[in-house]
Write a protein that binds this ligand. Structure first.
Ligand SMILES: [Ca+2]
Ligand SMILES: [Ca+2]
Length: 458
C-alpha cells in the first residue's frame, strides 16, 4: 500500500496500475470511501472498467456517464492521476455503452457477425470507414470533454488481439493514431512462437497492457521467455503494464526484470471488479523500498536477475515457482566490474576485460574482483583462494568480496567429474570480515572422494 501513487521514473516502490469497476450503489462515483482512498494513494494510472456504477445510476447503460463522473472524483483527490477511458476494439457491448446502444438502435452499419469463436455475437465492422470515424470520435469525446464534465487523459483500447486475429490490424492501428491523449492497448498475447497484437502496434500507441503476463496462454518456458525478451526490447518511453494473475511473487519478480520508467504492475486473481482495489492492502510488498535499478536485467543460463538499490529480483522462465525477490537490501555500496577495474588504470583495452589474466596468475580479472585480489600482481599463494584443509573436521575455505554486483560467484560440487550440483551457501558457513566474507564449508571425511568447481557467471 502506497501513501501516494508512484509516478513514471519514480523507483521508490512498485508502480501500480489500477483497473476495476464496482457495480455497487456507493456514492456518486460508484466507489465507497475506503476504495477511493486506495485509488487516491496507489494509482497514478487508472482505468474505470465497463459496467461501473450501474446500480447507482439505475441502468446498465451508464458506462460512459460513470466513467466521466468517477474521473472527476479521482482527479479531485489527486490532480496528477491519469484516467483512461475503457473502449473495446472488437465488441460493441451495446448493453453497457450509451454510444454503442444509440448507434445500433439507429441502424448504423457498424457491426457484423463475430467471425470466430463467439457465434451469435456481433463484432465491430472495421471495414466500414464511417464506423472507424465514429469509434475514434466517441473516445476522443471522452478525452476532450471540458474539465467540469470529465478528467480523462487517454484511452484503454481493449481486445486488440481479437481485432488483430479478425484481420483488422491496419484499421485499428490507424484508429489508435487518431486517438487523443495516452493510448494503451491490450496486446502482446504470446501463443507458441507468435505474439498476437505484438510490438508493431507500439508504433501506434503509448504503451501495452499485457493481460496474459505469464498466465494462459503464455505458460510454457519458451512462451514465457519470448514474452520477457520481447518486453526487454520495448523502447523505454513506452508504457508496459504487467498484469499478473497466477503466482504473485513470480509475476512481481518478472515485472522487476522488465521494468522501465513507464512500467506498471497490476495483480489480480479475481478479474476486474472491485476486489482488485480491495486486495491492494493485502500486499505488504507494495510498501517495500525498491530503489533505482543498478543495472539492466542480466540473463544467466536458467534465470534473469536484476539488482536494485534495495532488492534483488530473480526470475526463472523454466521454473517460475523458484523466482524470488530479496527485499531490505542495501546494494547502493555494490561494486560493478567496471568500478573494480577503475582502481587499476594501468590495465586498459583487452587487459581490462572480465576474462583477461594480464599478469598471468591463472585468475581472470572478474575472479580477482570476487576474491578481492589484485589483477596486476600474482596471487598464486593468497589465502583468499579456495583451499581444502584436511584433519578431523576438514573444511573447504575461501574469501570473497560481498560488494560485487552484476555477476555471480558460483560453487559446484560432485562426487564424480560427470555431474555437478550447485552449492547453496549456508549462513553458518560465512564469517563477515569488513566487506569480505570468509567461507568455511564442512567436508564429510568419510567420503571416498569429493570435487568442487568455481566459476563466475555474468
Ligand atoms: Ca590475474
Ligand atoms: Ca592477481
Amino acid at each position: 500500500m502506497h501513501g501516494a501513487p508512484i509516478v513514471p521514473a519514480d523507483w521508490s516502490k512498485v508502480r501500480l496500475y489500477g483497473h476495476a469497476y464496482n457495480i455497487g450503489s456507493g456514492i456518486g462515483s460508484g466507489w465507497n470511501n475506503s476504495q477511493l482512498d486506495i485509488i487516491e494513494q496507489n494509482f497514478h494510472l487508472f482505468t474505470t472498467e465497463k459496467r461501473h456504477a450501474r446500480d447507482y445510476w439505475g441502468t446498465s447503460l451508464c458506462t460512459e456517464q460513470a466513467s466521466r463522473v468517477s474521473s472527476k472524483v479521482y482527479h479531485d483527490r489527486n490532480s496528477d492521476i491519469e484516467v483512461l477511458f475503457y473502449w473495446n476494439s472488437a465488441l460493441p457491448y451495446e448493453d453497457v455503452f450509451e454510444s454503442s446502444a444509440a448507434a445500433l438502435n439507429a441502424g448504423e452499419d457498424f457491426v457484423e457477425p463475430h467471425g470466430r469463436s463467439w457465434p451469435g455475437t456481433l463484432q465491430w465492422k472495421w471495414s466500414n470507414p464511417e464506423f472507424t470515424d465514429w469509434w475514434v470520435g466517441v473516445a476522443n469525446g471522452m478525452v476532450d470533454a471540458a474539465p467540469e464534465i470529465a478528467q480523462i487523459s487517454g484511452v484503454f483500447v481493449d481486445a486488440v488481439v481479437k481485432t488483430d486475429v479478425a484481420g483488422y490490424g491496419a484499421q485499428v492501428k490507424a484508429a489508435m493514431d487518431a486517438l487523443n491523449g495516452i493510448v494503451i492497448f491490450n496486446g502482446f498475447r504470446v501463443l507458441d512462437t507468435t505474439i498476437q497484437a505484438g510490438p508493431e502496434y507500439l508504433d501506434h500507441a503509448d504503451g501495452v497492457y499485457v493481460e496474459a503476463f505469464l498466465s494462459f496462454p503464455c505458460d510454457t518456458t519458451a512462451e514465457r521467455k519470448l514474452l520477457i525478451d520481447t518486453l526487454l526490447d520495448v523502447a523505454t518511453d513506452k508504457y508496459i503494464i504487467c498484469r499478473g494473475g497466477e503466482d504473485f511473487e513470480d509475476a512481481l519478480a518478472a515485472y522487476l526484470i522488465v521494468a522501465n520508467d513507464y512500467t506498471f504492475f497490476r495483480w489480480d486473481s479475481s478479474g476486474y471488479d472491485h476486489r482488485m482495489i480491495d486486495d491492494i492492502p493485502n500486499h505488504p510488498e507494495y510498501g517495500y523500498a525498491l530503489g533505482e535499478p543498478l543495472s539492466d536485467a542480466v540473463e544467466y543460463a536458467d534465470r534473469y536477475e536484476r539488482v536494485f538499490e534495495n532488492c534483488t529480483a530473480v526470475w526463472y522462465p523454466g521454473n517460475p515457482a523458484a523466482s524470488s525477490i530479496t527485499w531490505g537490501q542495501d546494494n547502493s555500496a555494490g561494486q560493478s566490474f567496471s568500478e573494480f577495474m577503475a582502481g587499476y588504470p594501468s590495465l586498459t583495452g583487452k587487459d581490462a576485460q572480465p576474462q583477461a589474466d594480464p599478469e598471468g596468475d591463472g585468475l581472470a580479472n572478474i575472479v580477482e574482483q570476487w576474491l578481492a585480489l589484485d589483477p596486476t600482481i600474482s596471487d598464486a599463494g593468497s589465502d583468499h583462494l579456495p583451499r581444502l584443509h584436511l584433519g578431523a573436521s576438514p573444511v573447504l575455505t575461501y574469501t570473497y568480496d560481498s560488494r560485487v554486483i552484476g555477476s555471480i560467484l558460483q560453487l559446484w560440487t560432485g562426487d564424480n567429474l560427470g555431474r555437478w550440483d550447485p552449492v547453496t551457501l549456508q549462513p553458518e558457513w560465512i564469517t563477515p570480515d569488513g566487506e569480505l566474507r570468509d567461507v568455511a564449508i564442512p567436508v564429510d571425511p568419510t567420503e571416498a572422494r569429493r570435487f568442487w568447481r568455481f566459476g563466475v557467471e555474468r
